[in-house]
Design a protein around this ligand. Structure first.
Ligand code: AHR
Length: 323
């Protein structure tokens, strides 16, 4: 079984070069520079959902870059966090014989059949954001996204340094997603011995709140929450306040993403540390899709660069945040 895009232990630097996909049989192809009618590059993009501020920003970035003026005919389909919806969208893209398929897989497994169908149709795949685990050989041409494992490691290092005795509840993202699996692995490699309980909030604010309400009953000694995204962390704030405790003080909160609401919580001292996951890579994606369609060599992986924020961030920084 091959897992894309890289073994969990691997880190940023290793950018390989992809073997070229057999593009000769892939519809119109060609450069996306032209904007007239039939010359548009036909792209099917299956977005996994709209579960978080991060996802909304990512969708906006993709749509802002894959425009008709830039030479794209984009068929964008939102799967509402359901794998069956994504598989249906991918099959529709094959039936439409699009030039390139791009998709952000909601979970890692379960793609073998549809990836084989896409491959048999000779349509190149650009994997976006999350990863897949599949038995299909060379299932995609290139992948662009963040180093989730490193994000978990960075969060763990902050806890180790700033709250070495904390009793940690881990608020996991969608179970089986690359973002959940890898963030958990990176975090637990550093401070796994401090984790006293975990549950999934499916990357949404509402489910994050529900999971933390239950956790405060099951693990009343919790004094730090590591949330796999900002939205669930914002739900955690609501649950903690409803329980009569102070988020950021009685219970520290460390999250991943860095959307404006998350950074505002940091300025308000309700979050303690935020590891960025940058969703604004539409331009890089557009360039990759153009190159793939034109049969040019592309890197097998493009890692989007992240930073991290602590409570020294200012209101001006938050106000300047584009998403
Ligand atoms: O895959 C990226 C993750 O998905 C983001 O961290 C999260 O907010 C989103 O739902």
């Amino acid at each position: 079984m091959s897992r894309s895009p890289f073994p969990r232990s691997r880190f940023l630097a290793a950018l390989g070069t992809a073997a070229l996909f057999g593009l000769a049989a892939c519809g119109s192809g060609g450069s996306a520079a032209s904007t007239s009618g039939d010359d548009l590059l036909r792209v099917g993009f299956s977005q996994l959902g709209a579960e978080s501020g991060w996802r909304t920003a990512n969708t906006e970035s993709v749509k802002a870059s894959l425009t008709e003026e830039a030479g794209f005919d984009l068929n964008f389909v939102d799967a509402q966090q359901k794998q069956e919806n994504q598989i249906k969208a991918l099959r529709d893209f094959v039936a439409q014989d699009v030039d390139v398929i791009a998709f952000s897989p909601v979970i890692e497994t379960g793609w073998d059949e549809v990836l084989q169908e896409i491959k048999d149709a000779g349509i190149p795949v650009v994997l976006v954001d999350r990863t897949v685990e599949t038995t299909v050989e060379d299932p995609y041409v290139t992948w662009i996204g963040a180093d989730f494992e490193q994000e978990g490691t960075t969060a763990g290092e902050w806890v180790k340094e700033n709250a070495p005795d904390a009793k940690v509840f881990e608020l996991q993202g969608t179970l089986g997603s690359g973002a959940q699996v890898d963030r958990e692995e990176g975090f637990n490699a550093v401070v796994g011995d401090q984790v006293i309980g975990k549950a999934s909030g499916n990357f949404t604010r509402a489910e994050g709140k529900t999971a933390v309400e239950a956790a405060l009953q099951a693990y009343p000694e919790t004094d730090l929450i590591f949330s796999h995204n900002d939205d669930m962390g914002l739900g955690a704030i609501e649950a903690i306040e409803a329980a009569g405790k102070k988020p950021g003080e009685d219970i520290k909160i460390v999250t991943v993403d860095g959307v404006r609401d998350g950074l505002q919580a940091l300025v308000d001292k309700k979050f303690n540390y935020v590891v960025e996951c940058n969703p604004v890579f539409g331009d890089q994606l557009a360039e990759l899709i153009e190159d793939v369609a034109a049969g040019e060599e592309v890197p097998k992986e493009t890692i989007v660069v992240d930073q991290a924020f602590d409570q020294t961030i200012t209101q001006a920084d938050v106000d300047a945040r584009p998403y």
